[in-house]
Design a protein around this ligand. Structure first.
Ligand code: ZN
Length: 150
């Protein structure tokens, strides 16, 4: 067992997470109650974003669903997969077209209420991320949703 996570032997590194969103990713991946070693950087300086968050997770890899979910909180983040201290894969995440089983629709009259609904993702002119419920077709700003429904 390694004492420091700064140099990952095996695992993933997620960089350029928009400031404040690392905690949503930790929550969504259920890392709090896992036995995984997680290094968290908050409010780090970034040329691109001003401030950014960063996550390092040892002995952990993402499946396609995880990647889709993380992309929602960190579109344009850089995901690096590390094996034996070497980056063996590096990719820039992009906003998924759809999200499933992650967010509960905030519309109290929606038929999908209580379930994690299916949403289409959109961006508006201000580049804010909006999600549109597949069932009730209402649109919500992602920033408004993630506060209380994940
Ligand atoms: Zn709905």
């Amino acid at each position: 067992m390694k004492k420091h996570i700064a140099d990952l032997e095996n695992g993933i590194n997620i960089d350029h997470i928009p400031h404040g969103n690392a905690l949503f990713i930790i929550q969504a991946l259920h890392l709090f109650n896992s036995d995984k070693q997680v290094g968290v950087g908050l409010n780090l300086p970034s040329n691109r974003l001003g401030r950014k968050d960063l996550l390092k997770i040892a002995e952990y890899y993402l499946n396609d669903n995880d990647k889709q979910m993380i992309s929602l909180f960190a579109p344009n983040a850089t995901l690096s997969v590390i094996k034996d201290y070497k980056v063996i894969e590096k990719m820039v995440l992009s906003l998924p077209k759809e999200i499933n089983n992650l967010v509960i629709c905030p519309n109290k009259r929606c038929v999908s209420k209580q379930y994690k609904s299916k949403f289409i993702t959109l961006t508006n002119r201000k580049q804010e991320i909006k999600v549109k419920c597949h069932y009730c077709e209402q649109e919500f700003l992602l920033d408004n949703i993630k506060q209380y429904n994940i």
